[in-house]
Write a protein that binds this ligand. Structure first.
Ligand SMILES: C[S@@+](CC[C@H](N)C(=O)[O-])C[C@H]1O[C@@H](n2cnc3c(N)ncnc32)[C@H](O)[C@@H]1O
Length: 273
């Protein structure tokens, strides 16, 4: 990305930060209704979807005492889960208001987590080669205008041999109109954005599989495992609550054709030794 494009990306991220600061209060109230964050330290598997928890178990192993960073940490389910597993956790988000909510919750849970406000494309506050594990989770990539810059920072802060494990919405879910039960194309797969929400002032991207994976290779990561998983329950199709969905019909691709495609894209990539 040239200097001008990089400057544009930073400006879009700043606009997104203002929006997340503005909605953090109502977002916190919404998350209070499902209360998943309270359960993550004791039931850490709840902090991840799409097989990412199993990827951490298989590749990183026991995280106790090891350093983990969660970037674009938002609700901090993954951070609370890793802290519950006794990892030494750093939680990074661009929005100071989102971090205030998260740090208040960490206090209530008795978790010792470092909270850092930073754009994931610039993790200067975190030292080179200092983490065993970096994670990003559901709904992170959509906010990132420059994936290569994020991967380069993740690569820099990982110890040689360390892992970046992520799960996010699979790109094959992006082209469709928000209308379960019938497939209706809303836009081509290759139309990736930025999509500007005039009301919120945000900028989002719908990256393709190639957009997400190729820059990892270019940054020097080795792909160890990629998973493409269906929704675990119907909540994915039902709205923003993390309470398990109850509408089994939405998991049946004959009733909801989008269920015939993967919902989660997960991967474990390694910084080589
Ligand atoms: C919808 S949440 C999803 C993230 C997280 N996986 C979760 O489940 O809450 C998006 C979060 O990403 C943060 N974010 C957006 N752009 C970011 C960026 N460039 N760097 C770091 N965090 C960012 C927002 O402030 C928000 O807290």
């Amino acid at each position: 990305m040239n200097a001008e494009a990089s400057h544009r990306a930073k400006k879009m991220h700043e606009a997104n930060r203002r929006c997340w600061n503005a909605i953090a209060g109502s977002w916190a109230e919404m998350r209070e209704r499902d209360g998943l964050w309270r359960r993550c330290p004791e039931e850490p598997e709840l902090g991840f979807e799409g097989g990412a928890f199993e990827l951490i178990g298989s590749y990183v192993g026991d995280v106790e005492g090891r350093k983990a960073a969660v970037i674009g940490s938002g609700d901090n389910h993954a951070a609370f889960a890793l802290a519950g597993m006794k990892a030494r956790v750093t939680s990074v988000d661009i929005s100071e208001r989102q971090l205030e909510t998260a740090s208040g919750r960490a206090n209530q849970l008795g978790l010792d987590i470092d909270f850092i406000r930073a754009d994931a494309t610039d993790l200067a506050a975190l030292a080179d080669r200092s983490f065993d594990l970096v994670c990003s989770t559901n709904g992170f990539f959509v906010w990132i205008a420059d994936l290569r810059a994020v991967y380069s920072e993740v690569h820099r802060i990982l110890k040689p041999g360390g892992y970046y494990v992520f799960y996010d919405v699979h790109p094959f879910q992006r082209p469709w109109a928000e209308r379960p039960r019938a497939i209706e194309v809303d836009k081509p797969y290759w139309q990736t954005g930025p999509f500007c929400d005039e009301k919120e002032g945000t900028f989002e991207y719908n990256w393709t599989l190639g957009d997400i994976l190729n820059p990892l290779a270019e940054t020097g990561f080795v792909l160890r495992r990629i998973l493409e998983r269906p929704a675990g329950d119907s909540s994915f199709w039902e709205g923003t609550s993390y309470l398990p969905g109850k509408n089994e019909v939405l998991l049946d691709w004959k009733e909801n054709p989008r269920a015939a495609l993967p919902v989660w894209l997960s991967a474990a990539v390694q910084r080589p030794d």
